[in-house]
Design a protein around this ligand. Structure first.
Ligand SMILES: *Cc1c(COP(=O)(O)O)cnc(C)c1O
Length: 412
């Protein structure tokens, strides 16, 4: 099935009871069973079924199954947020004393997480994305994860997924990829060798910003029995489902960052139009980026779909069907950035991406405000940088809005 069909038909069985055309929202904290034996069997995984929504729910499960198909994995787990998905994915693998190699251009929240994991004895080395030699040299004996994002946010560097997967696997460690900014519409990282894929479904998957959620998908391809991951020994019997079994029978259950059935429903609804919305956002972003480059030479525009982008060549190999919906612009000073943002009439000033509406943000004073200036620059955030998450509006209206906003600032 191709993507537009898959978002509508794959992974979710039809409602046999009443013929509902959408998966109903199962607003129930717990599920009853016909006998004590049956509930015991559900608890010991001898029988499929649900017992308590913190560990599983039919609406959540439908969303997980559809994501598994779209990301070409073997199983998924939904979470209360993208950060919960990132945290659970990492903590399922790492123990005290372990080390991570991560690209420096990560989402600010994920950099906070790596900093905060230090109190548990888990350390991280940040490397320049696609600097294969630096990445290789940063891997040590106790390194247990190589972590990257498909498209860095907001630096918009596109990761050479195949190459990083190869480096990770040469060192017998899993390659974990955050695919939020690209989505499965542009690329399935598993097809390039990623072992675990994370999405903040608060963004494009949900699409309308109706709720926070996240999801991780396991490829089933990583060999956890290679001698480096003793914490997986008890889960050998689950074969290629070892990663998911360990998480479901461990920290996912314990930390309780479960996805609400209501938000799972919004995500299923959002997924149905993911391809349509994202196709439009990507094409709007390319048009807006080109228009800015051609008409406002004082503005430096960064977009992987422009030939001037350092990621243009890699983007052409990794992404299919577009270059994402995020553009960043540098406008000379923080004052100019604020003035342009305040002059926009259509765009919302919001710390979010992936809405149907166009959103703008000043990352240096918001999502990266607690990072050091050095971390900010390494992640491509400057004081004069504005991030634009391009929506699905008519491009003529967007261009008109940005034109009048640029004209409000002298010299731009
Ligand atoms: C937003 C985002 C996250 C965090 O997701 P939440 O749903 O806000 O917790 C993680 N990674 C990337 C790339 C994001 O854009």
């Amino acid at each position: 099935m191709k993507f537009n069909t898959a978002v509508l038909h794959e992974g979710v069985s039809r409602d046999e009871r009443f013929g509902a055309t959408l998966t109903p929202i199962y607003f129930s904290s717990a599920f009853q069973h016909s006998s004590a034996e049956e509930l015991a069997d559900v608890f010991s995984h001898k029988k499929p079924g649900f017992n308590y929504t913190r560990t599983g729910n039919p609406t959540v499960s439908a969303f997980e199954n559809r994501m598994t198909k779209l990301e070409k994995g073997i199983a998924s787990i939904g979470f209360s947020s993208g950060m919960a998905a990132v945290s659970n994915a990492l903590l399922n693998i790492l123990s005290s004393g372990d080390h991570v190699v991560a690209t420096a251009t990560l989402y600010g929240g994920t950099i906070y997480l790596f900093n905060d994991l230090e109190q548990f004895g888990i350390t991280t080395t940040f490397v320049r994305n696609n600097d294969f030699e630096q990445i290789e040299n940063a891997i040590r004996d106790n390194t247990k994860v190589l972590f990257a994002e498909t498209i860095g946010n907001p630096s918009l560097d596109v990761t050479d997924l195949g190459k990083l997967a190869e480096i990770a696997h040469r060192h017998n460690i899993p390659f974990v990829v955050d695919n939020t900014v690209a989505t499965a519409y542009l690329v399935r990282p598993v097809e390039f060798g990623a072992d675990v894929v994370i999405n903040s479904s608060s963004k494009y998957i949900n699409g309308n910003s109706t709720g926070i959620s996240g999801v991780l998908t396991d490829s089933g391809n990583f060999n956890w029995n290679n001698g480096k991951f003793q914490n997986f020994d008890k889960f050998k019997k689950f074969g290629k489902f070892a990663f998911i079994a360990k998480l479901r029978n461990g920290l996912f259950r314990d930390l309780g960052a479960c996805l609400s059935p209501q938000n799972a429903f919004y995500n299923l609804l959002g997924l149905e139009t993911l391809a349509l919305r994202f196709e439009r956002s990507c094409s709007n972003a390319l048009k807006l980026a080109r228009w800015i480059a051609e008409n406002h030479s004082a503005v430096t525009v960064n977009y992987p779909g422009l030939e001037t982008s350092p990621s243009y060549e890699i983007a052409g190999r990794i992404l299919k069907g577009g270059y994402g919906s995020i553009i960043t612009i540098r406008v000379g000073s923080r004052e100019n950035a604020f003035k342009i943002m305040n002059s926009l009439k259509l765009a919302y000033i919001t710390s979010n991406i992936g809405d149907t509406k166009t959103l703008v943000l000043h990352p240096a004073s918001t999502i990266t405000v607690n990072n050091t200036e050095e971390q900010r620059i390494a992640s491509g955030v400057y004081q004069d940088l504005v991030r634009i998450s391009v929506g699905v509006e008519d491009i003529e209206d967007l261009i008109e809005d940005f034109d009048q906003a640029f004209k409000s600032v002298e010299g731009v």
